[in-house]
Design a protein around this ligand. Structure first.
Ligand code: SF4
Ligand code: SF4
Length: 277
């Protein structure tokens, strides 16, 4: 049986909030019983967008991570509900029953992703429904992915084995795999959010000229693993995807036979500043 999956590309999200707004438009002041009743006008972010700033000026960057309910296969919210107040549909979508879950504020704390919000007015826990009411009417995707102009979200209906092939071919990952909940939401380029970069600038002629094309080699002191890149037209370089707190690295910079080296400790994204050749 084909089941829902949402693939989110962290590298393509620009925090425009279209997905959040379309979710709000679909679910505020609209009753989609028995899938969901109206969410409050303020407070709930069924499609939340996390952000992280990495590195130091002028080579820092900001990354965004859209975070809906993960529609987990091993869902702690279903286990916590105990009586069918939260259930999984055949297509994999996890739904909070608006009648059975009335008064169950405890369910909000059961989700490790913080995806369940408490509706104080209705005394009801609520969350993303993957727009199940629209899919049931024949829509091919939920409002969030439909409204994403950058293609950062892709909704797919696939057999689990087919999805696994995409996971392996495209290097898709789960956010917080340590929760072990087997989400149906997958991330591409997740390293942009969870790992760190090494950046810097290279200059020649006493700092007056950018060292365009300088070869930058980074070597992990313990494992010997090596990464290389070239300085761009502004003399800047950036290598990404390093584990935080991963120990000591050596950097070697070379242009026209002139070299410079140093060793540094990597704890989080770093700007090594201007390296003068
Ligand atoms: S609509 Fe797309 S680009 Fe905009 S915030 Fe959502 S995921 Fe990111
Ligand atoms: S992300 Fe949270 S609310 Fe969604 S299915 Fe998993 S445990 Fe339940």
């Amino acid at each position: 049986m084909k089941k829902v999956n949402l693939i989110i590309d962290v590298a393509r999200c620009h925090d425009c909030n279209n997905c959040f707004i379309s979710c709000k438009d679909e679910h505020w002041d609209n009753d989609h019983s028995p899938i969901a009743v109206s969410q409050p006008r303020h407070g709930h972010r069924w499609m939340d967008i996390l952000n992280i700033e990495r590195g130091k000026y002028p080579l820092q960057d900001v990354c965004y991570l859209p975070k809906p309910c993960m529609h987990c296969e091993d869902a702690p919210c279903i286990q916590a509900s105990g009586d069918g107040a939260v259930y999984r549909r055949e297509d994999g979508i996890v739904i909070i029953d608006p009648e059975k879950a009335a008064g169950r504020e405890d369910l909000a704390a059961s989700c490790p992703y913080g995806a369940i919000y408490w509706n104080e007015e209705k005394k009801l826990p609520q969350k993303c429904t993957m727009c199940a009411h629209l899919l049931d009417q024949g829509w091919e995707q939920p409002r969030c992915s439909h409204s994403c102009a950058t293609g950062a979200m892709e909704f797919v209906l696939l057999e689990d084995a087919e999805m696994q092939q995409r996971v392996e071919a495209e290097g898709l990952e789960h956010f917080h795999p340590e929760y072990k909940t087997r989400p149906r939401v997958w991330y591409k380029n997740l390293f942009r959010f969870t790992k760190c970069h090494i950046a810097g600038s290279v200059a020649i002629d006493y700092g007056l000229e950018c060292a365009v094309g300088a070869k930058v080699t980074i070597t992990h002191q313990k494992s010997g693993e090596v990464w290389t890149t070239l300085a761009n037209n502004y003399g800047n370089f950036k290598l990404d995807g390093f584990e935080k707190k991963s120990g000591k690295y050596r950097i070697d910079v070379e242009l026209n036979g002139i070299t410079k080296s140093c060793v540094f400790e990597l704890t989080e994204s770093i700007n090594l500043g201007v390296i003068h050749l």
